[in-house]
Design a protein around this ligand. Structure first.
Ligand code: SF4
Length: 484
């Protein structure tokens, strides 16, 4: 068993990251760097497809970007002035090479590579319809549904076919595609997943987050708007709004945990937002204490905000080992239970005899929190008060974030008090939903027209859960198993 089994660290998992570039002689190398900056969004597999004016070139592999795209040979083979790339954490479709993106297909209009961050909520239904009409699927990924819808569209141009295809899908998607004409990027009508537009010299770039622009010194131009299609080609950039207008519902969890703290998401600093959530937490639920300690790394900005607001010292009371590899073998249950200690260790000198405020971003199943609280106690803490910079996670995500089924979420079947006892803390508090919205500059959550997707906290799903409500399971559709 691998240490990176889904949810082994008891966080919701990042979904995927996309990158696209048009008009640069080093397109593949820049795509590899961009994907490296987006590695936190998916660590299972990575892929890049380039186009050199005559041919498409692809390299896809299981593992990290650095492991697979650092050699001159690989980058040299990916010739061309345009590229798209993808890092993947499987949310739909099992982990296998055939699901690694970008996917590529030859159509009657030419070749098209496509990659996608998000999750389609009616992909199973569409897939069944397509299979009945004769489509032969090569992967179990929901992105391939888009490929087949493009193939079966009767529209003429690749752009029209993509719009035709995307009008049939429900769900969250920020996608990048590469055709012989250029780079195409689309963000779903509600803008659930982020996507930004940038420029490097004369080259156009799209990426899931601004940190992928920063790494290559590209200029951030703006966010791709919800429902916007962007086409970058030899004539420059074109933008259109081919979908019905909908109210924006960006995933609020991007600010809490998924996005990198140095990214700007929809014009808002992720790092500053996390600090403001920490300050809200301190205002809402402070108890007398001596120090504030983050659960690293994701709890750090919120803990900084908490400590500043509560006027308490901030200490790195838990040290994270950054070298726990993804292939660390845990051969027995006993050893597996040591998992958290592989990653975290208490900084005893700063904990002994103290009343500790421990700040983390979320509690999913409660396994990590339980171990961390016990570890801080063993290091001599007098009291341990857990503060969480999100409201209780009570519902699963169907829009591209890997979360366990609802029943496995601690908050779905326990009160906050029960959860506090379960993890062994002296007290437990979560930021309120309005506190979270305040940290994002809103007076409060607008119950009638919420400003963000917050369904994992509120159960208010902005996009119909077509497959889920019909009891369809959108994974494991193939009879083929594959060794990777
Ligand atoms: Fe984000 Fe939660 Fe909405 Fe999923 S359900 S998109 S994690 S806010």
């Amino acid at each position: 068993m691998l240490a990176t089994q889904p949810f082994d660290d008891d966080h919701p998992h990042e979904e995927c990251g996309v990158f696209g570039i048009f008009g640069h002689p080093d397109a593949a190398a820049l795509a590899a760097l961009g994907l490296h900056a987006l590695q936190h969004r998916g660590q299972e597999a990575a892929g890049i497809v380039t186009y050199d004016g005559e041919q498409f070139h692809a390299h896809r592999a299981m593992g990290h970007v650095g492991e697979n795209f650092s050699s001159k040979d690989v980058i040299g083979r990916l010739s061309g002035h345009s590229a798209i790339g993808h890092v993947r954490y499987a949310t739909t479709g099992e982990v296998a090479m055939r699901n690694v993106q970008p996917l590529f297909a030859d159509f009657e209009f030419g070749g098209l590579a496509i990659c996608h961050n998000g999750n389609l909520t009616n992909s199973y239904k569409l897939r069944q319809q397509l299979v009945r009409r004769g489509s032969l699927f090569q992967s179990t990924s929901d992105t391939e549904v888009i490929v087949h819808l493009i193939a079966t569209s009767l529209k003429l141009s690749v752009e029209e076919r993509m719009v035709d295809a995307l009008r049939q899908v429900e769900g969250a998607y920020s996608l990048a595609a590469l055709s012989q004409e250029g780079l195409i990027a689309v963000r779903d009508p509600l803008g659930v997943r982020p996507l930004v537009l940038g420029k490097l010299g004369d080259a156009w770039i799209v990426a899931s987050e601004t940190c992928a622009l920063d790494i290559i010194g590209a200029q951030f131009l703006r966010d791709v708007e919800p429902g916007e299609m962007i086409v970058a080609g030899p004539e420059g950039l074109r933008s259109s709004r081919p979908f019905d207008h909908a109210r924006k519902r960006l995933c609020i969890f991007e600010y809490i945990y998924f996005a990198r703290p140095d990214s700007m998401v929809d014009g808002v600093s992720v790092y500053e937002t996390r600090k403001r959530i920490g300050a809200e937490l301190a205002r809402e639920s402070h108890v007398p204490a001596d120090i504030v300690i983050p659960v690293p790394d994701s709890g750090v900005p919120a803990a900084l905000g908490y400590a500043a607001e509560a006027k308490l010292p901030f200490e790195l009371g838990i040290i994270r080992n950054h070298y726990v590899g993804r292939t660390f073998i845990e051969p027995t249950d006993q050893i597996r239970n040591l998992g958290v200690k592989l990653k975290h260790n208490a900084n005893r000198a700063h904990i002994q005899g103290k009343r500790v405020i421990l700040v983390d971003d979320s509690i999913v199943r409660g396994t990590t929190s339980t171990k961390i609280v016990a570890m801080v106690r063993q290091a001599g803490a007098r009291e341990v008060h857990m503060r969480i910079s999100s409201p209780p996670t009570m519902n699963s995500c169907f829009y591209g974030i890997a979360t366990p089924e609802r029943e496995k979420l601690l908050a779905s079947h326990m009160s906050i008090e029960e959860m506090g006892k379960f993890i062994g803390a002296d007290s437990l508090a979560f930021v309120s939903i309005d506190g979270l919205y305040r940290a994002l500059g809103e007076p409060k959550r607008n119950a009638k027209t919420p400003q963000f997707c917050d369904a994992c906290f509120t159960g208010d799903y902005p996009i119909p859960l077509v497959d889920h409500e019909a009891g369809r399971v959108s994974t494991q559709l193939s009879l083929l198993t594959e060794t990777v």
